[in-house]
Design a protein around this ligand. Structure first.
Ligand SMILES: *Cc1c(COP(=O)(O)O)cnc(C)c1O
Length: 376
């Protein structure tokens, strides 16, 4: 059996090695390393794939969030609501730009931002909400859109973990994650569902003015070369990464199907285990399983992790510490007990290996090992 990893980047590369190597070599030979034709090519391909008017490539997913917030023209002290149970990037960028992060709890089943909690957190200073489509499943975008319309708020979707997931809106329209709001922000970090071979990111929007603003911000506030209209940043996707992403985008649907098949296998194998909750699948959204995450009740999580590790199976805790208890955010004044759902999840979740290369032998080995530790 092949070694089991959380994410098998090598195995994935080997299947498309010739395509990738050729694409990379073409860029090397062209020496068009920055803003080469591959960047525009990838942008066009991704726009077509997502069904969105504008894709703005940038250097990473965190930058994408920063550029989006800058493009919306928010002012220092404006409040932005974002979920607690997620990676730090959303709340980090809000704080970095001088806005006020307002953290809210999540839904215990989907792990996504709880609309009721958002409603309660709104004040006259609230200007935007940033739902995160966690682990591959869209947040409740019908509810987010209703709240935003009611209170005149911007919406930025963090779709770093859910590129290609689809959401069925109340009116029946089906849209890709990140295309349902003012901006979608994504990451092409290597382990993401569409990963490049370094750092990369992008914003999406259907709004022409916002697209132009985002492009200019990402390019030193410059529209005409060496004429700077405001203070921007330097955030580019390089040509080599774009060339790699163009190849991998052609395989993205197959990659998602492989993840979903692995999740189906896990679900079936764990269905009868007491104290184990398998990932909830919200019928309004596809789940593209960036992570496959169990919630354990009354089960020794560290013991399970060690038992798996002893059999060559990695397992990770995403996320071990709620954002409001991170040292970096103690100044926000939150306390232990303020966010019971997130605090509980941080103690109970465990993520199993999830990637495009898991084969039946590996899945059998993993599920067997879990079932040795947890009885039905
Ligand atoms: C990975 C990730 C980011 C940041 O992406 P980078 O490319 O690493 O900057 C932001 N939000 C979420 C939810 C992520 O998982």
């Amino acid at each position: 059996m092949k070694d089991i990893q959380m994410v098998d980047l090598k195995g994935q590369y080997q299947h498309i090695q010739e395509e990738i190597d050729n694409a990379v070599l073409d860029v090397v030979r062209s020496t068009a390393f920055i803003n080469g034709p591959e960047v525009k090519g990838f942008q066009d391909d991704l726009e077509a794939y997502l069904g969105v008017k504008h894709v703005i490539p940038c250097a990473n997913g965190t930058d994408a969030l920063q550029i989006a917030m800058m493009a919306l023209g928010l002012q220092p002290g404006d409040e932005i609501i974002t979920p607690n149970f997620t990676f730090i990037a959303t709340v980090e960028v809000i704080a970095l730009l001088g806005y006020k992060p307002v953290i809210v709890d999540v839904d215990p089943k989907t792990f996504n931002m709880d609309p009721e909690a958002v409603r309660k957190a709104i004040t006259p200073k609230t200007k935007a909400i940033v739902p995160v489509h966690l682990f591959g499943q869209c947040a409740d975008m019908d509810a987010m859109a209703a709240i935003a319309a009611e209170h005149n708020l911007f919406v930025i979707e963090d779709t770093a973990q859910a590129i290609s997931s689809e959401y069925r809106k109340a009116d029946g329209a089906v849209q890709k994650a990140g295309t349902m709001s003012d901006f979608g922000c994504t990451s092409f970090f290597p382990s993401k569902n569409l990963g490049c071979f370094g750092d990369g990111g992008a914003l999406y929007t259907n709004n022409d003015d916002l697209a132009e603003a985002a492009r200019q911000i990402a390019n030193h506030g410059m529209k005409v070369r060496y004429y700077h209209d405001f203070v921007g940043i330097n955030s580019r996707l390089d040509s080599m990464q774009a060339a790699i992403l163009r190849v991998k985008l052609r395989h993205l649907d197959a990659y998602c199907n492989a993840r979903i098949a692995a999740a189906d296998y896990y679900d079936a194998a764990f269905a009868d285990l007491k104290g184990v909750t398998t990932p909830h699948r919200d019928p309004k959204t596809t789940h593209t399983f960036h992570q496959y995450t169990l919630v354990l009740d009354g089960i020794d999580r560290a013991g399970l992790q060690k038992h798996l590790s002893d059999q060559g199976i990695p397992a990770m805790i995403y996320y071990p510490v709620p954002l409001h208890l991170q040292k970096a955010f103690l100044n926000l004044g939150y306390r232990e007990g303020d966010f019971p759902v997130t605090e509980d999840l941080c103690k109970k979740v465990i993520s199993l290996p999830m990637h495009t290369e898991l084969d039946e032998n590996q899945l059998q080995h993993i599920t067997h090992a879990v079932r040795q530790f947890i009885q039905p």
